[in-house]
Write a protein that binds this ligand. Structure first.
Ligand code: AHR
Length: 634
């Protein structure tokens, strides 16, 4: 039989355990979490009219041109100028197609806004929301309120009489005159927490339901960019949304299952919004910054060590932005943006999947400079993917010898790798640098899309995660990757959550993460069979934690065989409270099933209760199952 020693605390579970990793990949931010419906709202994509269609008699009755004022408006140089003479309805139309269409809900309110500058007064707009068959489901008129020179903000709100999965926004221009337009925007009012220009409520809710310990952002490869020029620069993502400079997305066209030349970052979801979201869902923020090396696939671009200052300032200033009070430059900006209280930043990552001595040299400088000013901030270094290879071993030993706080390991591997490596951290030193399993996912071969999130992959992750949990003395944080994927615009699979413009679909992998996170406990206790941890004996993987404040012993067991098993668990050093225990289970006899977007989910957690007395707990473990048992105790 198996034995749990309740009085033998093996390690404390960190409050940060089981977090999420967000990156703008697979339309994760623009076209996803960021609820903006208009694509290329400021005409800054490489083709200024990408996403827009011009129709009507524009040659005879009106003209639309793109103007570029790089000197006067360096962060948002382009806008459109519309000139027209006696333009009747239907004379000139501008239609925006949305990211992959616009998801519109019936009976809801929408906020349209834009920047405008009147050159010669007299033009007005009619806005129409069109459904999938081009029927009008929402309409409003807008005319400039002000004739003053200079840019003004205009807005109008309106309701919808129908819904659409792939709607469009049509602007019809009427009258005579000349007007400049920019930042043409449409948001639903029912965003997360009802914030203007905010985030998609259903997507944030899916994250909140994970009760994550941390949010790692904004990437991933996004942090580094293909070239240093297009790396993620957080300072360009804060302050007024209208002044945030658009940048090409690192994933534009990359690995595309369908070409995505229209993938840009508007940064409407920028660092302030990331911090705010993390706070909203009770997670610690974990920003990752460029270390001065471009993306792993482009080893050519490297910032010379003597030129690292701007990168170092980015790190130091970010800490001030998050934690500084309003007497500091960056703390004041945060306060002005609406958050006078600090964001409680405790950890910051430098570099993502960079490697070689060049990375170590750069990280060393960051470590010296950041620790000198902010000794309390923990630094996350990254050992890149392919954990176990020579590159990994070189970085791991370099970071350990410089006493790095946390080392971020990534592994995308076959389900078999996860099963074989469930004991990976049993062998790690208990002292010294801690591990952050920052990106992992089991990749099933031979599949390509959401079918990759099948039960085989999720069950392998559940089994592997018993090893992460058991080794809380070593592994302090962990996150699945990537997080989101849009069914009509993705470049990477599997992913934790699949979405379209209106819906969210939770994968079996999501439920595995959630079961760990909701049952993380406060300390690991010993669970063994014949005095050794359960790392695949009889195809069973198990770990146990105590949740002291809740008075709960929690046991997690993965049975990765297609045959049921029965086990007796001896509960030593546990004072049970009452007789009722609960069991929450994910199970399916077919490892190939997955929760197909748009269909009824095949895998969902099911909770049952039963009565058990005494110190022996008999558990039945169905074929291909993951079970979380909660046993009340004193
Ligand atoms: O999660 C997708 C990518 O995988 C990340 O951007 C990168 O860090 C890793 O290679």
């Amino acid at each position: 039989s198996w034995v749990i020693e309740g009085a033998k605390t093996v390690a404390s579970v960190q409050p940060t355990m089981w977090g999420i990793f967000f990156e703008d990949i697979n339309l994760g931010a623009d076209g996803g979490l960021y609820a903006e419906l208009v694509k290329n709202r400021s005409f800054e994509f490489s083709d200024p009219f990408m996403g827009w269609e011009l129709s009507g008699k524009q040659i005879s009755d009106g003209m639309v041109r793109v103007l570029n004022e790089r000197t006067q408006r360096p962060t948002n140089p382009r806008y459109i100028r519309i000139e027209a003479n006696d333009l009747a309805t239907g004379g000139l139309e501008l239609t925006n197609e949305g990211f992959r269409g616009m998801g519109i809900r019936e009976g809801r309110q929408y906020d349209f806004s834009l920047l405008y500058r009147q050159v010669t007064a007299g033009l007005a707009l009619t806005l129409e929301l069109l459904d999938d068959s081009s029927k009008v489901i929402g309409k409003a008129n807008w005319r400039p309120q002000s004739n003053a020179g200079g840019w003004q903000k205009g807005s109008v709100s309106f309701g919808t009489s129908g819904g659409a999965k792939k709607g469009k926004l049509r602007l019809t221009i009427t009258g005579s005159g000349t007007i400049d337009l920019d930042q043409i925007s449409l948001f639903p009012q029912d965003t997360w927490k009802g914030r203007k220009g905010g985030l998609r409520a259903d997507m944030v809710q899916a994250l909140a339901d994970l009760k994550p310990g941390f949010v790692r952002f904004p990437g991933g490869c996004i942090v580094e960019g293909h070239e240093l020029e297009t790396r993620y620069q957080w300072k360009k993502t804060v302050g007024s949304v209208d002044d945030r400079e658009v940048s090409i997305n690192r994933w534009n066209n990359e690995f595309a299952h369908r070409p995505a030349p229209d993938y840009y970052q508007t940064f409407g979801l920028g660092f302030y919004e990331y911090f705010l979201m993390a706070e909203d869902i009770g997670a610690s923020p974990l920003p990752i910054l460029s270390c001065g090396m471009a993306c792993q696939f482009n080893t050519a671009e490297l910032v010379p060590l003597d030129d690292l200052d701007p990168y170092l300032s980015d790190a130091l200033d970010l800490i001030e932005f998050a934690n500084g009070d309003s007497t500091t430059h960056w703390g004041q900006l945060r306060a002005k943006m609406g958050h006078p209280a600090p964001f409680q930043l405790r950890k910051i990552g430098i570099g993502n999947e960079n490697w070689g001595p060049q990375y170590v040299e750069r990280f060393t400088i960051f470590q010296q400079r950041i620790k000198a000013k902010y000794p309390e901030i923990e630094l996350v270094s990254s050992t890149g993917p392919f954990s176990g290879g020579p590159g990994f071993r070189y970085l791991d030993s370099a970071f350990r010898s410089m006493k790095a706080d946390l080392i971020d390991e990534h592994y995308y591997a076959k389900p078999e790798w996860f099963l074989k490596n469930a004991d990976r951290y049993d062998k790690y030193e208990r002292t010294g640098s801690k591990v952050f399993a920052g990106e992992f996912a089991a990749h099933v071969e031979g599949l390509t899309g959401s079918d990759r999130n099948n039960w085989r992959s999720a069950l392998a992750e559940a089994a592997f995660m018993t090893g992460l949990e058991r080794n809380a003395a070593v592994v302090q944080m962990a996150s699945y990757a990537p997080l989101f994927s849009h069914i009509d615009g993705w470049q990477w699979a599997p992913d934790l959550i699949w979405v379209d413009n209106l819906n969210v679909w939770l994968t079996p992998n999501y439920y595995v993460q959630q079961l760990y996170s909701l049952n993380k406990g406060t300390e690991v206790v010993s669970l063994t069979a014949m005095n050794v941890p359960l790392t695949g004996q009889d195809s069973l993987y198990a770990s146990a934690v105590l949740d002291r404040p809740a008075g709960m012993l929690i046991v997690k067991i993965a049975n990765v065989k297609g045959v049921a098993a029965e086990k007796n668990i001896q509960l030593n050093g546990i004072r049970r409270k009452g007789k009722t225990i609960s069991e929450t289970r994910l199970q399916h006899n077919d490892l190939t099933v997955f929760n197909a977007p748009g269909e009824k989910p095949s895998i969902l957690p099911v909770t049952t209760s039963r009565s058990v007395s005494g110190k022996q707990l008999k558990v039945s473990l169905p074929p291909y199952s993951f079970t979380v048992i909660r046993i009340p105790c004193h």
